[in-house]
Design a protein around this ligand. Structure first.
Ligand code: HC0
Ligand code: SF4
Ligand code: SF4
Length: 568
C-alpha cells in the first residue's frame, strides 16, 4: 500500500492507483473531461490538473500514479485558475446554444462551467463554422460542440476497432471527422453509437425521433404500438436516481401508457420467436452441413460490420430477422388482422438501447407491402426525454403489466440483452428439439460473463457442437479472421457489437460504463430466473401463433415474414 495525503486528508491506496481514483475514495470529484473509466488514459484536456508538493508544474490527476508520501492539493488558487482558464479556452471554441442542445442538462462541459462559475466568456470566440453531419438514420455529429477530448475516437478504435473517427486540422481548426469528411453510412462506420455514449457533450448524439412518435400518438387515425427491448428495463431507472441495474419493467409499462401508446408490448416476445426460427435454422444447417458455422444476426451493428468488413462471409449470418423486426412483421400482419386494424393505420415504435436499430428499420428488405415493418426506433435516452417531457414522476409510478398476446415472453428472451444470452437461449431450444429430451438445468454458464471471447463445446444427443460468443467488434474481428482463414472449428457463433451486449448499447443512458453494465447483467439473469417459462418454445402465446398463423418454424409464411438476406 502507498500512503499519501490529498487536501491534508491521509489515504492508503494500492500501487498503480491514479490521483483521480484516490481522490474519489475520499469523496472528492476532481473534474475531468477526456478521462473515461473504460478507455486508455490520454491526459489531453488537463482539466484534472492538481498541485503536488515539490513539483514545479501541475500534474494531471487522471494519469499520475500516487507515490509514497505524496501531498496533493486539488483546490488551490493556481489549480482553480488553471481549471477556469481551460474552460474559458474551450468555451472560446464552443457553439454556445445550450438551451437548444440535445445534451442540455446532461452535459459535462455545462456542469463544469456551472461548478467553476465560468458564466461569461472572457476570450474572443475563435471557433470556425463546421457543418453538422447527419444525413443518415442514426447519428448526428456537430463538430462545433466538440471539446476535442477524443473519447469518441477512442471508443470507435478501442471497442470496435473501426477507427472511422480521427482528428484533422491544426490549432483552432482542429476537429474530429471521418475519412474524407464522408457521411457515416458511407464510411466503415457500423452506426453502433458507442461514440455517442462516450461523448461528454452534445457533439455526437442519436437522431432524435421523439417528435415523429409524438405526432403519430396525437394522430387520431393511428394505432400506435410500442415494444421494448430486453435491455431498456434494466437501464431506464439510472436517469431517475434509482440504483444502477434496477429492474423497472412494470413502471416502464405504466409510463408508456401515460405517454399515450395504444398497446404496450414486449420485444422479448419477438425474441422467443427469433429463437424458434433460429434454432430450427441451426438444426437444418447442422444436418445439411451447409453454410456452417451459423452466426447470429440480431445485432444490426454486427450485421453492418459483416456487410462492410467481411462481405465474403455473409452466408454465415442466420437469415432469421431480429426480434424487433420479427415483432413488427407479426404486428402488421397477423395481429392487425386479428384486431381488425388496417396495417396502414398502425404505427410501430421500438424502444431500443441501440442506435444501429434506427438504421435497421430503413433497410428496404425490412418492409412489407411497401411499408416498413417498424416505423420508428427510440433509444433508451429518447424514452427518458419523453418521460421528462410529459412530466412523469417515474420513480414513484405504480406498476402495470404488458398487454397481450405480445407481452408475454420467456426467461430465454430476457437474457438476449447480455452477451452470450442469444446463444444460451438458442441452446435451450436446440437441445430439446434435437434430443427430444427435457433440458433440466437451463443455465448454461460457459457463455455468461464479460470475457471478450467465450468458447465452449456442448454435447447435444450424439452431436458435439462447438460454440463461440464475442462482444465488441474488436473481438468479433478475431473470430472472423479465423473463419476467413479456414481455421474456425465452430458450429454456432454469437456476436453483439456493444460491450457486454445490448445492455451496454450505444443508446443507453449517458454514464453507462462496464461497472454499470455488470449490475445490468446480474439483473437480466435475475429476470430469467423469476420468469415462469424459461425456454422460448414454451411460450404459450407463441405456440398459439404457430397454430393459428405460422404453421411451424421455417414454414413458407415464416420465411416470407421472419427471414431476410444481406447485401455486400
Ligand atoms: Fe437487443 Fe435484441 S437483444 S438486439 O441486443 O436479438 O437493441 O436489448 O432488442 O431486436 O430481443 C437491442 C437489446 C434487442 C433485438 C432482442 C436481439
Ligand atoms: Fe465508430 Fe460506432 Fe461511432 Fe461509427 S457509430 S463512428 S463505428 S463508434
Ligand atoms: Fe445495437 Fe445491441 Fe448491437 Fe449494440 S449490441 S449495436 S445495442 S443491437
Amino acid at each position: 500500500l502507498i500512503n499519501l495525503k490529498i487536501n491534508n486528508m491521509p489515504i492508503s491506496v494500492k500501487k498503480g492507483t491514479k490521483i483521480l481514483q484516490a481522490a474519489q475514495m475520499l469523496h472528492i470529484d476532481i473534474p475531468h473531461l477526456c478521462y473515461h473509466p473504460d478507455q486508455r488514459i490520454k491526459a489531453r484536456c488537463r482539466i484534472c490538473s492538481v498541485e503536488v508538493v515539490g513539483q514545479r508544474r501541475l500534474l494531471a490527476a487522471c494519469s499520475t500514479e500516487c507515490w509514497e508520501g505524496m501531498e496533493v492539493f486539488t483546490d488551490t488558487k493556481v489549480v482553480r485558475d488553471t481549471q477556469r482558464g481551460i474552460l474559458q479556452l474551450i468555451m472560446a471554441d464552443h457553439e454556445e446554444n445550450c438551451l437548444t442542445c440535445p445534451r442540455n442538462g446532461n452535459c459535462v462541459l455545462q456542469q463544469l462551467c456551472s461548478r467553476f462559475n465560468v458564466l461569461r466568456p472572457n476570450i474572443p470566440h475563435v471557433g470556425q463554422h463546421i457543418e453538422k453531419r447527419g444525413a443518415n438514420p442514426s447519428l448526428v455529429h456537430d463538430p462545433e460542440k466538440c471539446v476535442k477530448c477524443g473519447r469518441c475516437i477512442r471508443a470507435c478504435k478501442e471497442i470496435q476497432g473501426i477507427e472511422v473517427l480521427g482528428f484533422a486540422g491544426r490549432s483552432t481548426n482542429i476537429h474530429v471527422t471521418t475519412p474524407f469528411d464522408a457521411e457515416f453510412d458511407n464510411t466503415k462506420c457500423v452506426l453502433c453509437g458507442q461514440c455517442s455514449l462516450a461523448c461528454p457533450v452534445g457533439a455526437l448524439v442519436e437522431k432524435d425521433d421523439t417528435d415523429r412518435v409524438l405526432d403519430a400518438i396525437f394522430d387520431p387515425n393511428k394505432t400506435v404500438i410500442v415494444q421494448t427491448a430486453p435491455s431498456v428495463r434494466i437501464a431506464l431507472g439510472d436517469e431517475f436516481g434509482m440504483p444502477k441495474g434496477s429492474i423497472v419493467t412494470k413502471k416502464m409499462v405504466t409510463a408508456l401508457r401515460m405517454i399515450g401508446f395504444d398497446k404496450v408490448f414486449d420485444t422479448n416476445y419477438g425474441a422467443d420467436l427469433t429463437i424458434t426460427e433460429e434454432a430450427n435454422e441451426l438444426i437444418e444447417r447442422i444436418k445439411s452441413g451447409k453454410k456452417m458455422p451459423m452466426a447470429t444476426s440480431c445485432c444490426p451493428g454486427w450485421v453492418n460490420y459483416m456487410e462492410k468488413h467481411y462481405p465474403d462471409l455473409l452466408d454465415h449470418l442466420s437469415t432469421t430477422k431480429s426480434p424487433m423486426q420479427i415483432f413488427s412483421a407479426i404486428t402488421k400482419t397477423h395481429y392487425a388482422k386479428q384486431e381488425n386494424l388496417d396495417p396502414k393505420n398502425i404505427f410501430t415504435v421500438a424502444i431500443m438501447p441501440c442506435i444501429a436499430k434506427k438504421y435497421e428499420i430503413t433497410r428496404p428488405e425490412m418492409a412489407h407491402d411497401g411499408r416498413p415493418d417498424t416505423d420508428a426506433v427510440l433509444t433508451t435516452r429518447e424514452l427518458i426525454k419523453l418521460i421528462k417531457y410529459i412530466g412523469i414522476d417515474f420513480e414513484n409510478l405504480p406498476e402495470s403489466e404488458f398487454d397481450n398476446p405480445m407481452g408475454t415472453a420467456t426467461g430465454a428472451a430476457a437474457i438476449f440483452g447480455a452477451t452470450g444470452g442469444v446463444m444460451e437461449a438458442a441452446l435451450r431450444t436446440t437441445y430439446e428439439w434435437l434430443t427430444g429430451e427435457e433440458m433440466k438445468n437451463v443455465e448454461y454458464t460457459p457463455v455468461r460473463g464479460f470475457d471478450g471471447i467465450k468458447e465452449a463445446q456442448i454435447n447435444i444427443g450424439d452431436k458435439t457442437i462447438n460454440i463461440a460468443v464475442a462482444h465488441t467488434l474488436n473481438n468479433a474481428k478475431i473470430l472472423m479472421d479465423k473463419l476467413r482463414a479456414g481455421e474456425c472449428k465452430y458450429d454456432f457463433i454469437e456476436v453483439m457489437a456493444c460491450p457486454g451486449g445490448c445492455l451496454g448499447g450505444g443508446g443507453q443512458p449517458i454514464g453507462t460504463t462496464m461497472e454499470v453494465n455488470k449490475k445490468r447483467m446480474e439483473s437480466i439473469y435475475q429476470i430469467d430466473k423469476n420468469t415462469k417459462y424459461r425456454k422460448s418454445h414454451e411460450n404459450p402465446y407463441l405456440k398459439q401463433l404457430y397454430k393459428d398463423f405460422l404453421e411451424k418454424p421455417g414454414s413458407e409464411i415464416a420465411h416470407k415474414l421472419l427471414h431476410t438476406h444481406y447485401q455486400a
